[in-house]
Design a protein around this ligand. Structure first.
Ligand SMILES: [Mn+2]
Length: 376
């Protein structure tokens, strides 16, 4: 079969049947599929993988879910049979399905070399960034940056191929969507009350809201409340985690006009290390912190945190009322370090290939300078 390997980009409207069939055929000609999630795997990626595994199971295609995250606090219904990327053996994969990422910046070099060995690579993603096209041979990209979650893209895929799968995987698809939207402040979850509330902005996105409503219909009140609790991870903090959260507010630095607010957690920070470094819990604390800063300060347009994760130094950003796209380009071109940066217009991040305190400090300053130059 002749395959169209060109880059494909869609709006989050319905997926044309022909395109969906193309992905379906690529998957079905494979006896074995490895579904790979990005580094620091989040709920959207893991749930995308779970839903795709269910789909493949119907056709007796065996698949494995490969993640890079501690499973403990990861919002996910089923946690068995999951492989950590670091435990991958030296073998030649058949088909690799990348979910919630399509660029090498979001995976480790080891995972990239594993992907490079595959007979074919399929990517389903909703992020901006330079894609893997150059790095992998036979591949098929399906990138829709207007989708609110990777699970929304998978919803559209099932809708075009086999609607029954939507009902079967509704819990997972919904959980991924809620989790990604919660991170962007588009949907709020109250773990104590067990409620999920979409914002006005979310409701305005016709496609996202349609998917939200259709998936929600398959779920019971009990399941919805369970999802709210899982996603609102900061509603169940230990005293130590609470102390860490409160300390962030004391460490905020602002640019002169207050447009930029940032907190640096140095790579050798003892409290950060004692909390286990970057994981689902600490990342949720930082995420909520950035969102709160934007809510509390009318003048602040970007909230930024710097922290160590898996032997790299990271930056995460949330923006309000402005786009970060120009900043990503400018920083990548003008900062002379080995790092990558990107994401969505309103939420993104980057990582520096170093945890040397002096280098990290200098990089932090440069990132803030670039933000100042591009958004001020
Ligand atoms: Mn996502």
């Amino acid at each position: 079969m002749k395959i169209n390997y060109s880059l494909t980009s869609f709006k989050a409207k319905k997926i044309p049947k022909l395109k969906a069939k193309q992905i379906d055929e690529l998957l079905k000609k494979s006896p074995k599929v490895d579904i790979i999630c990005h580094e620091s795997t989040d709920s959207d990626a893991a749930n995308s993988a779970l839903a795709m595994k269910e789909y493949l199971k119907q056709f007796n295609i065996s698949s494995r879910i490969i993640i890079s995250q501690n499973l403990q606090n990861l919002p996910l219904r089923k946690k068995d049979n999951i492989i950590q990327a670091q435990d991958l053996k030296d073998e030649t994969p058949d088909t690799i399905l990348c979910v919630d990422f399509s660029s090498k910046e979001r995976i480790s070099p080891k995972t990239l070399s594993y992907i490079k060995k595959a007979k074919q690579v399929i990517c389903l993603d909703h992020h901006k960034g330079e894609n893997l096209q150059k790095d992998v041979g036979q591949n098929f990209f399906y990138i829709d940056t207007s989708a609110k979650s990777a699970t929304s893209i998978i919803y559209r895929l099932f809708e075009a191929l086999n609607k029954k799968t939507i009902k079967k995987t509704a819990y997972d698809l919904f959980l991924g969507l809620i989790s990604d939207c919660n991170k962007r402040g588009l949907i709020s979850c109250d773990g104590t009350k067990g409620t999920i509330t979409p914002s006005k902005e979310f409701e305005k996105d016709k496609d996202a809201f349609e998917i939200y409503n259709k998936l929600k219909r398959f779920l019971s009140i009990k399941e919805i409340s369970e999802i709210a609790k899982m996603v609102d991870i900061t509603s169940t903090l230990t005293p130590k985690e609470e102390k860490f959260r409160d300390s962030l507010y004391k460490k905020i630095k602002y640019s002169k006009n207050k447009k930029i607010a940032y907190v640096e957690i140095p790579p050798d920070d003892k409290i950060w290390q004692s909390l286990g470094g970057d994981n689902t819990k600490t990342s949720a604390i930082l995420n909520k912190f950035r969102q709160n800063i934007l809510k509390l300060n009318p003048n602040t347009k970007v909230a930024v945190t710097f922290y160590e994760a898996k032997n790299l130094y990271r930056v995460s950003l949330h923006a309000k009322g402005i786009s970060l796209d120009e900043f990503y380009n400018y920083a990548q071109k003008n900062i002379p370090y080995n790092f990558s940066i990107g994401g969505h217009s309103d939420r993104g991040g980057g990582k520096l290939d170093s945890t040397e305190p002096e280098t990290c400090k200098k990089w932090t300053e440069d990132i803030i300078k670039c933000l100042f130059l591009t958004i001020d």
